[in-house]
Ligand binder design. Structure first.
Ligand code: ADP
Ligand code: MG
Length: 360
Protein backbone atom coordinates (compact mmCIF):
# COMPACT_ATOMS: atom_id res chain seq x y z
CA UNK A 1 0.00 0.00 0.00
CA UNK A 2 2.95 2.31 0.58
CA UNK A 3 4.01 2.97 -2.97
CA UNK A 4 5.74 6.31 -2.53
CA UNK A 5 6.95 7.16 0.96
CA UNK A 6 8.51 10.34 2.26
CA UNK A 7 10.24 9.72 5.58
CA UNK A 8 11.20 12.63 7.83
CA UNK A 9 12.15 14.81 4.87
CA UNK A 10 13.94 18.04 5.73
CA UNK A 11 15.26 20.71 3.37
CA UNK A 12 17.41 23.59 4.55
CA UNK A 13 18.50 26.36 2.21
CA UNK A 14 21.62 28.36 3.11
CA UNK A 15 21.99 31.87 1.79
CA UNK A 16 25.79 32.11 2.00
CA UNK A 17 25.68 34.70 4.79
CA UNK A 18 25.16 32.14 7.52
CA UNK A 19 21.36 32.24 7.41
CA UNK A 20 19.35 29.06 7.04
CA UNK A 21 15.77 28.72 5.80
CA UNK A 22 14.08 25.44 6.72
CA UNK A 23 11.76 25.12 3.72
CA UNK A 24 10.57 21.60 4.57
CA UNK A 25 10.50 20.57 8.21
CA UNK A 26 10.28 16.83 8.89
CA UNK A 27 7.61 15.66 6.49
CA UNK A 28 6.45 12.03 6.45
CA UNK A 29 3.86 10.85 3.97
CA UNK A 30 2.73 7.59 2.44
CA UNK A 31 1.05 7.44 -0.96
CA UNK A 32 -0.75 4.39 -2.35
CA UNK A 33 -0.43 3.39 -5.99
CA UNK A 34 -2.97 5.12 -8.22
CA UNK A 35 -3.81 7.76 -5.62
CA UNK A 36 -4.25 11.43 -6.38
CA UNK A 37 -2.54 13.24 -3.51
CA UNK A 38 -2.49 17.02 -3.24
CA UNK A 39 -0.16 19.17 -1.17
CA UNK A 40 -2.22 22.23 -0.25
CA UNK A 41 -1.06 25.27 1.65
CA UNK A 42 -0.28 28.98 1.47
CA UNK A 43 2.54 30.39 -0.61
CA UNK A 44 5.96 29.67 0.91
CA UNK A 45 4.86 26.67 3.02
CA UNK A 46 7.25 24.28 1.25
CA UNK A 47 5.06 22.56 -1.37
CA UNK A 48 7.32 23.12 -4.38
CA UNK A 49 10.44 22.19 -2.43
CA UNK A 50 8.82 18.90 -1.36
CA UNK A 51 7.82 18.14 -4.96
CA UNK A 52 11.29 19.01 -6.27
CA UNK A 53 12.89 16.60 -3.78
CA UNK A 54 10.57 13.82 -4.97
CA UNK A 55 11.46 14.64 -8.58
CA UNK A 56 15.17 14.65 -7.78
CA UNK A 57 15.69 18.31 -8.76
CA UNK A 58 16.63 19.08 -5.18
CA UNK A 59 18.54 16.92 -2.71
CA UNK A 60 16.99 16.58 0.75
CA UNK A 61 19.05 17.72 3.75
CA UNK A 62 17.95 14.66 5.73
CA UNK A 63 15.29 11.97 5.39
CA UNK A 64 14.41 9.36 2.79
CA UNK A 65 12.33 9.01 -0.34
CA UNK A 66 11.22 5.44 -0.89
CA UNK A 67 9.61 4.22 -4.10
CA UNK A 68 8.15 0.73 -4.15
CA UNK A 69 10.32 -0.31 -1.20
CA UNK A 70 13.53 1.10 -2.66
CA UNK A 71 15.41 4.18 -1.43
CA UNK A 72 15.77 6.60 -4.34
CA UNK A 73 17.53 9.37 -2.35
CA UNK A 74 20.53 9.56 -4.65
CA UNK A 75 18.98 8.56 -7.97
CA UNK A 76 19.19 11.46 -10.44
CA UNK A 77 15.97 13.05 -11.71
CA UNK A 78 16.39 11.65 -15.20
CA UNK A 79 16.35 8.05 -13.92
CA UNK A 80 13.36 8.48 -11.60
CA UNK A 81 10.89 8.73 -14.49
CA UNK A 82 8.62 11.05 -12.53
CA UNK A 83 7.91 13.85 -14.99
CA UNK A 84 6.72 17.20 -13.66
CA UNK A 85 4.06 19.47 -15.15
CA UNK A 86 4.74 23.13 -14.32
CA UNK A 87 2.60 26.23 -13.95
CA UNK A 88 4.57 27.86 -16.79
CA UNK A 89 4.09 24.82 -19.14
CA UNK A 90 7.87 24.93 -19.82
CA UNK A 91 7.46 23.92 -23.48
CA UNK A 92 10.24 24.49 -26.04
CA UNK A 93 8.97 27.44 -28.10
CA UNK A 94 11.08 26.60 -31.17
CA UNK A 95 9.89 22.98 -31.34
CA UNK A 96 6.54 21.83 -32.76
CA UNK A 97 3.93 20.20 -30.57
CA UNK A 98 5.01 16.79 -31.94
CA UNK A 99 8.66 17.52 -31.17
CA UNK A 100 7.79 18.80 -27.70
CA UNK A 101 5.86 15.64 -26.82
CA UNK A 102 8.56 13.45 -28.42
CA UNK A 103 11.41 15.15 -26.56
CA UNK A 104 11.76 12.72 -23.65
CA UNK A 105 11.63 9.68 -25.94
CA UNK A 106 14.21 11.19 -28.28
CA UNK A 107 16.79 11.74 -25.56
CA UNK A 108 16.10 8.20 -24.41
CA UNK A 109 17.08 7.23 -27.98
CA UNK A 110 13.86 5.37 -28.75
CA UNK A 111 13.38 4.15 -32.34
CA UNK A 112 11.63 6.59 -34.69
CA UNK A 113 8.61 4.33 -35.25
CA UNK A 114 8.04 3.90 -31.50
CA UNK A 115 8.27 7.67 -31.00
CA UNK A 116 5.74 8.32 -33.77
CA UNK A 117 3.33 5.78 -32.37
CA UNK A 118 3.63 6.82 -28.71
CA UNK A 119 3.35 10.55 -29.46
CA UNK A 120 0.19 9.89 -31.49
CA UNK A 121 -1.31 7.96 -28.56
CA UNK A 122 -0.40 10.65 -26.05
CA UNK A 123 -1.78 13.42 -28.28
CA UNK A 124 -5.00 11.47 -28.66
CA UNK A 125 -5.23 10.93 -24.91
CA UNK A 126 -5.32 14.68 -24.22
CA UNK A 127 -7.31 15.71 -27.31
CA UNK A 128 -4.52 17.41 -29.25
CA UNK A 129 -4.88 15.50 -32.52
CA UNK A 130 -4.47 17.83 -35.51
CA UNK A 131 -2.27 20.33 -33.68
CA UNK A 132 0.99 18.35 -33.88
CA UNK A 133 2.66 20.62 -36.45
CA UNK A 134 1.94 23.88 -34.66
CA UNK A 135 4.26 25.72 -32.31
CA UNK A 136 3.43 26.35 -28.61
CA UNK A 137 2.95 30.08 -29.29
CA UNK A 138 0.10 29.21 -31.64
CA UNK A 139 -1.89 27.38 -28.94
CA UNK A 140 -4.07 28.63 -26.09
CA UNK A 141 -2.84 28.29 -22.51
CA UNK A 142 -5.12 25.32 -21.90
CA UNK A 143 -3.83 23.56 -25.04
CA UNK A 144 -0.22 24.26 -24.06
CA UNK A 145 -0.82 22.69 -20.65
CA UNK A 146 -2.29 19.63 -22.38
CA UNK A 147 0.92 19.41 -24.44
CA UNK A 148 2.88 19.44 -21.18
CA UNK A 149 0.65 16.65 -19.89
CA UNK A 150 1.14 14.62 -23.10
CA UNK A 151 4.90 15.14 -22.83
CA UNK A 152 4.73 13.57 -19.37
CA UNK A 153 2.34 10.76 -20.37
CA UNK A 154 4.45 9.67 -23.33
CA UNK A 155 7.13 8.49 -20.89
CA UNK A 156 4.60 6.01 -19.43
CA UNK A 157 5.44 7.13 -15.90
CA UNK A 158 4.08 5.48 -12.76
CA UNK A 159 3.97 8.89 -11.07
CA UNK A 160 3.34 12.37 -12.43
CA UNK A 161 4.20 15.48 -10.40
CA UNK A 162 2.18 18.66 -10.87
CA UNK A 163 3.24 22.08 -9.56
CA UNK A 164 0.28 24.48 -9.72
CA UNK A 165 -0.44 23.45 -13.34
CA UNK A 166 -3.65 25.48 -13.62
CA UNK A 167 -2.53 28.76 -12.08
CA UNK A 168 -1.87 30.50 -15.41
CA UNK A 169 -5.26 29.62 -16.89
CA UNK A 170 -8.49 31.60 -16.69
CA UNK A 171 -11.36 30.28 -14.57
CA UNK A 172 -13.18 28.34 -17.29
CA UNK A 173 -10.04 26.69 -18.70
CA UNK A 174 -8.90 25.89 -15.19
CA UNK A 175 -11.95 23.73 -14.62
CA UNK A 176 -11.72 22.12 -18.10
CA UNK A 177 -8.04 21.30 -17.73
CA UNK A 178 -8.50 20.06 -14.17
CA UNK A 179 -11.20 17.64 -15.37
CA UNK A 180 -8.89 16.53 -18.18
CA UNK A 181 -6.01 15.82 -15.77
CA UNK A 182 -8.28 13.84 -13.44
CA UNK A 183 -9.79 11.84 -16.32
CA UNK A 184 -6.42 10.80 -17.74
CA UNK A 185 -4.98 10.02 -14.29
CA UNK A 186 -7.89 7.73 -13.46
CA UNK A 187 -7.99 6.13 -16.89
CA UNK A 188 -4.30 5.20 -16.77
CA UNK A 189 -4.17 4.50 -13.01
CA UNK A 190 -1.25 6.89 -12.62
CA UNK A 191 -0.18 8.03 -9.15
CA UNK A 192 -0.35 11.82 -8.95
CA UNK A 193 1.40 14.14 -6.52
CA UNK A 194 -0.12 17.55 -7.09
CA UNK A 195 0.64 20.94 -5.60
CA UNK A 196 -1.75 23.86 -5.31
CA UNK A 197 -2.61 26.77 -3.03
CA UNK A 198 -6.24 26.71 -4.25
CA UNK A 199 -8.53 24.90 -1.82
CA UNK A 200 -11.44 24.38 -4.23
CA UNK A 201 -9.05 22.87 -6.78
CA UNK A 202 -7.68 20.52 -4.10
CA UNK A 203 -11.15 19.55 -2.85
CA UNK A 204 -12.40 18.71 -6.33
CA UNK A 205 -9.47 16.75 -7.75
CA UNK A 206 -7.88 14.81 -4.85
CA UNK A 207 -8.27 11.43 -3.20
CA UNK A 208 -6.13 12.71 -0.34
CA UNK A 209 -5.31 16.28 0.66
CA UNK A 210 -2.19 17.04 2.68
CA UNK A 211 -2.37 20.48 4.29
CA UNK A 212 0.97 22.17 4.85
CA UNK A 213 1.97 25.23 6.84
CA UNK A 214 5.47 26.49 7.67
CA UNK A 215 7.17 23.44 6.13
CA UNK A 216 5.09 20.97 8.15
CA UNK A 217 2.07 18.78 7.52
CA UNK A 218 -0.83 19.99 9.66
CA UNK A 219 -3.49 17.54 8.49
CA UNK A 220 -4.05 14.92 5.84
CA UNK A 221 -7.22 13.13 4.84
CA UNK A 222 -9.93 12.82 2.21
CA UNK A 223 -11.50 16.04 0.94
CA UNK A 224 -14.62 15.25 3.00
CA UNK A 225 -12.59 14.71 6.19
CA UNK A 226 -10.61 17.89 5.69
CA UNK A 227 -13.69 19.94 4.86
CA UNK A 228 -15.95 18.60 7.61
CA UNK A 229 -13.39 17.93 10.32
CA UNK A 230 -10.59 20.49 10.06
CA UNK A 231 -7.91 19.75 12.67
CA UNK A 232 -7.61 23.33 13.90
CA UNK A 233 -8.26 26.99 13.14
CA UNK A 234 -5.59 27.11 10.44
CA UNK A 235 -7.19 24.34 8.36
CA UNK A 236 -10.67 25.68 9.13
CA UNK A 237 -9.76 29.07 7.81
CA UNK A 238 -7.71 27.85 4.86
CA UNK A 239 -10.27 25.32 3.62
CA UNK A 240 -13.64 26.71 4.61
CA UNK A 241 -12.98 30.41 4.63
CA UNK A 242 -14.43 30.18 8.14
CA UNK A 243 -15.75 32.88 10.42
CA UNK A 244 -14.07 32.99 13.84
CA UNK A 245 -15.59 34.20 17.11
CA UNK A 246 -14.07 34.51 20.57
CA UNK A 247 -16.18 33.06 23.35
CA UNK A 248 -16.10 31.64 26.86
CA UNK A 249 -17.38 28.23 27.96
CA UNK A 250 -20.30 28.66 30.37
CA UNK A 251 -21.56 25.10 30.72
CA UNK A 252 -20.85 21.55 29.57
CA UNK A 253 -23.19 18.58 29.49
CA UNK A 254 -22.71 15.22 27.81
CA UNK A 255 -23.68 16.46 24.35
CA UNK A 256 -23.12 20.17 24.14
CA UNK A 257 -20.82 22.92 25.26
CA UNK A 258 -22.52 26.23 25.95
CA UNK A 259 -20.46 29.23 24.94
CA UNK A 260 -21.19 32.85 25.61
CA UNK A 261 -20.71 34.72 22.39
CA UNK A 262 -21.38 38.38 21.59
CA UNK A 263 -23.49 38.78 24.75
CA UNK A 264 -25.66 35.81 23.91
CA UNK A 265 -25.27 32.05 24.20
CA UNK A 266 -24.78 29.28 21.64
CA UNK A 267 -24.56 25.52 21.96
CA UNK A 268 -21.74 23.67 20.27
CA UNK A 269 -21.57 19.89 19.82
CA UNK A 270 -18.88 18.25 22.00
CA UNK A 271 -15.86 17.38 19.87
CA UNK A 272 -15.62 13.59 19.55
CA UNK A 273 -11.87 13.39 20.03
CA UNK A 274 -8.88 15.44 20.98
CA UNK A 275 -9.37 18.46 23.17
CA UNK A 276 -11.36 18.53 26.40
CA UNK A 277 -12.97 21.68 27.75
CA UNK A 278 -13.97 23.07 31.12
CA UNK A 279 -16.11 25.91 32.38
CA UNK A 280 -14.43 29.29 31.97
CA UNK A 281 -12.19 28.22 29.06
CA UNK A 282 -11.56 30.92 26.49
CA UNK A 283 -12.32 29.39 23.10
CA UNK A 284 -12.47 30.17 19.40
CA UNK A 285 -15.55 29.09 17.50
CA UNK A 286 -15.20 28.54 13.77
CA UNK A 287 -18.16 28.31 11.46
CA UNK A 288 -18.41 28.16 7.70
CA UNK A 289 -20.26 30.84 5.77
CA UNK A 290 -22.89 28.34 4.57
CA UNK A 291 -23.85 27.57 8.20
CA UNK A 292 -24.72 31.19 8.95
CA UNK A 293 -28.41 31.95 8.49
CA UNK A 294 -29.60 35.44 7.66
CA UNK A 295 -33.07 36.92 8.05
CA UNK A 296 -34.59 40.39 8.17
CA UNK A 297 -35.32 42.13 11.46
CA UNK A 298 -33.85 41.80 14.94
CA UNK A 299 -32.65 38.72 16.84
CA UNK A 300 -30.03 37.46 19.28
CA UNK A 301 -27.26 38.39 16.80
CA UNK A 302 -27.59 41.48 14.67
CA UNK A 303 -25.65 43.05 11.85
CA UNK A 304 -25.74 45.08 8.69
CA UNK A 305 -25.16 43.98 5.09
CA UNK A 306 -21.87 45.41 3.86
CA UNK A 307 -21.60 43.59 0.51
CA UNK A 308 -24.15 41.41 -1.27
CA UNK A 309 -22.94 39.19 -4.14
CA UNK A 310 -25.54 37.24 -6.09
CA UNK A 311 -23.82 34.08 -7.37
CA UNK A 312 -26.77 32.27 -8.94
CA UNK A 313 -27.29 29.21 -6.78
CA UNK A 314 -26.18 31.14 -3.70
CA UNK A 315 -25.78 34.69 -2.46
CA UNK A 316 -22.69 35.68 -0.49
CA UNK A 317 -22.97 38.41 2.11
CA UNK A 318 -20.31 40.32 3.94
CA UNK A 319 -21.92 41.30 7.23
CA UNK A 320 -20.75 43.96 9.64
CA UNK A 321 -21.46 43.06 13.26
CA UNK A 322 -20.38 44.23 16.73
CA UNK A 323 -16.91 42.63 16.56
CA UNK A 324 -16.03 43.12 12.88
CA UNK A 325 -16.99 41.40 9.65
CA UNK A 326 -18.16 37.92 8.77
CA UNK A 327 -19.32 36.03 5.69
CA UNK A 328 -22.59 34.21 5.10
CA UNK A 329 -23.52 32.15 2.05
CA UNK A 330 -27.23 31.47 1.67
CA UNK A 331 -28.81 29.09 -0.86
CA UNK A 332 -31.18 30.48 -3.47
CA UNK A 333 -33.69 27.67 -3.68
CA UNK A 334 -36.32 28.10 -6.35
CA UNK A 335 -38.86 30.76 -5.54
CA UNK A 336 -36.91 31.82 -2.46
CA UNK A 337 -34.21 34.23 -3.46
CA UNK A 338 -33.11 36.51 -0.66
CA UNK A 339 -31.40 39.59 -1.79
CA UNK A 340 -30.58 41.75 1.16
CA UNK A 341 -29.24 45.10 0.09
CA UNK A 342 -26.26 47.15 1.16
CA UNK A 343 -26.89 48.77 4.53
CA UNK A 344 -29.89 46.59 5.40
CA UNK A 345 -30.19 45.60 9.08
CA UNK A 346 -30.43 41.83 9.47
CA UNK A 347 -30.39 39.19 12.20
CA UNK A 348 -28.14 36.18 11.88
CA UNK A 349 -28.01 32.79 13.55
CA UNK A 350 -25.90 29.65 13.30
CA UNK A 351 -26.59 26.06 12.42
CA UNK A 352 -25.08 24.85 15.68
CA UNK A 353 -24.04 21.39 14.44
CA UNK A 354 -21.54 23.10 12.14
CA UNK A 355 -19.58 24.86 14.87
CA UNK A 356 -15.97 23.83 15.46
CA UNK A 357 -14.52 24.69 18.83
CA UNK A 358 -10.85 25.25 19.64
CA UNK A 359 -9.02 26.40 22.79
CA UNK A 360 -7.65 29.92 22.53
P1 ADP B 1 5.60 26.94 -1.88
O1 ADP B 1 5.79 26.14 -3.13
O2 ADP B 1 4.69 26.28 -0.90
O3 ADP B 1 5.13 28.34 -2.18
P2 ADP B 1 8.48 26.78 -1.61
O4 ADP B 1 8.75 25.32 -1.45
O5 ADP B 1 8.71 27.36 -2.95
O6 ADP B 1 7.00 27.08 -1.11
O7 ADP B 1 9.35 27.60 -0.57
C1 ADP B 1 9.39 27.28 0.81
C2 ADP B 1 10.37 28.21 1.51
O8 ADP B 1 11.68 27.94 1.07
C3 ADP B 1 10.13 29.69 1.23
O9 ADP B 1 10.42 30.40 2.40
C4 ADP B 1 11.13 29.99 0.15
O10 ADP B 1 11.51 31.34 0.18
C5 ADP B 1 12.28 29.08 0.51
N1 ADP B 1 13.05 28.65 -0.67
C6 ADP B 1 12.60 27.91 -1.70
N2 ADP B 1 13.56 27.66 -2.61
C7 ADP B 1 14.68 28.28 -2.14
C8 ADP B 1 16.03 28.40 -2.60
N3 ADP B 1 16.43 27.83 -3.75
N4 ADP B 1 16.89 29.11 -1.84
C9 ADP B 1 16.51 29.67 -0.67
N5 ADP B 1 15.27 29.59 -0.18
C10 ADP B 1 14.34 28.90 -0.89
MG1 MG C 1 5.37 26.67 -5.12
Amino acid sequence: NDYLMLKNLVKDFHDGRGNTVRAVDDISLSIAKGDFVTLLGPSGCGKTTTLRMVAGFEVQSTGDIILDGRKINTIPAFDRNMPMVFQSYALFPHLTIFENIAYGLKIRKMPKEVIKNDVALAAQMVNLVGLEDRYPGELSGGQQQRVALARALVLKPEIILFDEPLSNLDAKLRIQTRTEIKRVQQLLGITALYVTHDQSEALSISDTIVIMNNGKIVQSGSPEEIYNHPAGPFVSDFIGNANFFDGVVTEIDNRFISVSLLGSEVQVPLPTAGQSFSKGDEVVLAIKPEAVEVRPGKGAFNGKIEVSSFLGATTEYKIEYADGFMTAITPNTQGEIHNYRYGQEIAFSFKKEFFRIYKR
